[in-house]
Design a protein around this ligand. Sequence first.
Ligand code: CMP
Length: 136
Amino acid sequence: MSKIEQTLSIIKPDAVERNLQDQIKQEFTNKGFEIIKEKKIHISKEEAERFYKVHETKPFYNDLCSYLSSGPIIVMTLQRENAVVENRKLMGATNPVDAEEGTLRKKYGISIDKNSVHGSDSPENAKIELDFFFNH
Ligand code: CMP
């Protein structure tokens, strides 16, 4: 059964730097997502470390946090039926070289780090990630 859900989306520094935010937002609305909230922010490395804490044991953690805090990002609350899964389908695989044609990471991603967008990976994490950016 489908249900209306919310998920967190981030347009990452590589995409904002290339001024792709309007194009990417259009891709979301074309797929039936409603952008309920959005803001442009530039987070500190400490905030990035808190956001990506689940990855703290990974070898790429430090670079990942430096990267997310390297420039402005757009954070959004996206809403539609099955938003978490549908957003992950639209984004495509984490590494743009593995992403299917038509997905955001295939179209806009540059590398596994500069993969243009982040999306929550489960409804539980969506709640945590939305709280992180919008309820503090
Ligand atoms: P994201 O969906 O934002 O979640 C964590 C990020 O870590 C991921 O996108 C990638 O940009 C980045 N990353 C870098 N190296 C790896 C890796 N080897 N495996 C998974 N994610 C990686």
